[in-house]
Design a binder for this molecule. Sequence first.
Ligand SMILES: Nc1ncnc2c1ncn2[C@@H]1O[C@H](COP(=O)(O)OP(=O)(O)O)[C@@H](O)[C@H]1O
Ligand SMILES: [Mg+2]
Length: 310
Amino acid sequence: MTNQTLISVNNLSKVYGNKFTALKNINLEIQKGEIIALLGPNGAGKTTLINTICGIVLPTEGTITVDGFDVVKEYRKTKSIIGLVPQDGALEAFETVFNNVSYSRGLYGKKKNSQYIEKILKDLSLWDRKDSKLRELSGGMKRRALIAKALSHEPKILFLDEPTAGVDINLRQDMWRIVNDLRKTGVTIILTTHYLEEAEAIADRVSIINNGEIILTDNKSDLISRMGQKMLEIELHEKIHSIPDTLERFQLNIGDDQKTICYVYDTESESTGITDLLQSIKDAGLKLKDIQSSKTSLENIFLKLVEESK
Ligand SMILES: Nc1ncnc2c1ncn2[C@@H]1O[C@H](COP(=O)(O)OP(=O)(O)O)[C@@H](O)[C@H]1O
Ligand SMILES: [Mg+2]
């Protein structure tokens, strides 16, 4: 896949009311066709960042281009390329799904296209409900309708602000599938989330934001493997009260049950030290019962990075 920059954020800062700095010198390039997650705790600046890219919030400093157009100077151009599903999006409760979506398309000055509306409603499994009034829909169906509305004018880019905040786990997974399916149609997707598992489940790249700053942007898989550590849990036959001196160099921890010892190793280093460890355990006269290893999650990485950036 050839990389093609679709969104370019350069030295962006946002100060609200000349007092509160919500974004500090943000630089970010988003490629055509990717799914990028802006991950960070509440108040980190995620919504401010996407609203600035969407042209709803004005930058205090810096520039943003979308498909080569400046989001402030060429707002009409960039607006037509962008679809936004806001955190608290509203729909006409007394209108039908079809009319809501169709009307929204009209607002962008696009010609009527029932076939296209039909396609997006089908893609979002909303076609059966096209004649239902919005107020008759469940929370999950309403969220789908909001996405359909954001897609009504055939945008190249879709922003989803906290698409699954406050929804149950079934609906969340449904959403993840929808986002993945949308990507296949060629739409570039930027989502914000404070759920680490969400970024881990659907994004190609992750940008970690904290206190208005991007701490790190990386491919999700690189992020996990580059910083990846694994933990080996070794269950012993009998309790131990201290680690034998001969095992000191492995920096082991004893579990609360006093029967498990934990060894943390780097998956990227040349030697994990596992063979050596197991031999030394044997030499120390300890008997193994069971062994298991677990991977570091994005969650651990995230906490580590936020800690380091303080
Ligand atoms: N219109 C506003 N005026 C003043 N401060 C704001 C405004 N909108 C957001 N903020 C502040 O900016 C910070 C970032 O907010 P936001 O971008 O909504 O974060 P997130 O979406 O990551 O939760 C928060 O501290 C918030 O209180
Ligand atoms: Mg937000």
